[in-house]
Design a protein around this ligand. Sequence first.
Ligand code: PGA
Length: 252
Amino acid sequence: MRRRIVAGNWKMNGSRDLSEELVGYVRSEAGSLDNGVEVVIIPPAIYIGNVLDQAQGVVSVGVQNVGQWQSGAYTGEVSPEMAKDAGCRYVLVGHSERRQIFGETDELVAEKVSLVVSSGLVAIVCVGETLEERESGQAESVVAHQVRSGLAFVPKGQWHNVVVAYEPVWAIGTGKTATAGDAQDMHSAIRGVLKDMGAPAEEISLLYGGSVKADNAAALFSEPDIDGGLIGGASLVAKEFMSICRSFPAAT
Ligand code: PGA
């Protein structure tokens, strides 16, 4: 079902203290949100247990990455089944940092997505163009290709376990955000691609990510095809993160 989601991706940041203080604060505030937003925290895997202790079912928890196998001799990897067993509900797949720094391909993203959704977890599949691609007019075709290939193996009955996050690479951690109008145009294009693939496009939540802050969230979240945000830097500051969560109007 299409729902409002605000997810904080801590990347390789955080500590036991942050897991206790920030998540404790977020939990105490999230319970009184009247706008139907599901709040998700995605810490480094080693802090999942600490975050879950504080989240207490009020805040959802996710992992930033999984391997493409369920178990075995893959030193350093965590599987979707393990993430589920530990209490996670979400898995980020294909974040641009994974693609650019760790060489993840569309094929690998597709394999992981299929394993994640088949495990009953929700895959937040990240797509987005580079500055060069945007400036040369290829943004929409690049993103459409990432959506088609990354979601190529989603089984027919598993689309409810898919969320797509549009994160223009040039906006991540740079302080530059897509305008609400440009983000809306891309989200609408993504919904069109999903429809074309035979997916229940109107039911799939589409998040925007890339320098979302308390002062630009409301404009982004007022667009009809933007169902929430994937927040990096601002998710490490408890009050800022919660004010992003409050940027949706009250649920009707
Ligand atoms: P940012 O990161 O909010 O710091 O730009 C977003 C992300 O990488 O998910």
